[in-house]
Design a protein around this ligand. Structure first.
Ligand code: PGA
Length: 251
């Protein structure tokens, strides 16, 4: 299976010109390899600037969608179907930075269903804010997975990707990444939770990515030792040379 390397640009870069330049560089490196599908998730307003052509090696996504369907009087919101029309194939849902901004488990579950109904693939972020030595945080992780996927029919799981991101490892003030061995443990745990929802065989086919302080140095270890099905990359996806190295590690 191809590795999925997701670039979460967050609220970057500052201008469409920079977005186009970064996109062009990533496009070139993505099309020059076959081991990974690269997904660029720019700010949604930049989608239309990128002149993207569909390819199995490079796709576009967004970082969130509205909790409302299609269209209506929801000031400031952009719906799943609108981003789909704008060229997105994927959507990140439940990112820790969105959870902090108020997305609770019910909102996340609604967004997952709206995204699937609009034929988007869902990159569902889960992860604990802190870890205790007795493993209580695993209950939190299980709940996050179960509530986000509640009521999703089995047939839709082909379009669900889980990104496991310990919250303390994400973003500018991150305290450091998970270890590949810890990630593998969490991947198996997540697949066990999903197997309770859809059975073991189907659950094994749900890709589990690692995210949080991924860089050119640790990417290979997560993909090999950690057996990650891919990576969700923030900061380092804005630096074309570093991101190239990360894509290269998927080989
Ligand atoms: P980071 O972000 O790579 O900057 O830690 C990861 C993410 O936001 O998913």
């Amino acid at each position: 299976m191809k590795k999925l390397i997701v670039a979460n640009w967050k609220m970057n870069p500052a201008t469409p010109r920079e977005a186009k330049e970064l996109y062009a560089k990533i496009r070139k490196m993505s099309l020059a390899q076959t081991a990974a599908e690269v997904v660029i998730c720019p700010p949604a307003v930049f989608l239309g600037f990128l002149n993207h052509k569909n390819s199995s090696r490079l796709s576009l996504g967004v970082q969130d969608i509205a909790v409302h369907k299609d269209a209506g009087a929801f000031t400031g919101s952009v719906s799943a179907s609108q981003v789909r029309y704008a060229g997105a194939e994927y959507v990140i849902i439940g990112h820790s930075e969105r959870r902090i901004a108020g997305d609770d488990s019910e909102i996340i579950n609604t967004k997952v269903k709206l995204a699937l109904a609009a034929k988007l693939k869902v990159i569902l972020c889960v992860g604990e804010a802190e870890r205790d030595e007795h493993g209580k945080y695993l209950d939190i992780l299980a709940k996050q997975v179960e509530t986000a996927l509640a009521g999703v029919p089995k047939g839709f799981y082909k379009k669900i990707i889980i990104a496991y991101e310990p919250v303390w490892a994400v973003g500018r003030v991150a305290l450091g990444a998970d270890t590949p061995a810890e990630f593998l443990h969490h991947k198996l745990f997540i697949q066990k939770i999903i197997s309770k929802l859809i059975g073991g065989k189907a659950a094994k086919e749900v890709a589990v990515l690692y995210g949080g302080s991924v860089n050119a140095k640790n990417a290979a270890d997560f993909l090999r030792q950690g057996n990650a099905d891919g990576l969700l990359v923030g900061r380092e996806s804005l630096r074309a040379d570093h991101f190239k190295q990360i894509i290269y590690e998927a080989r």
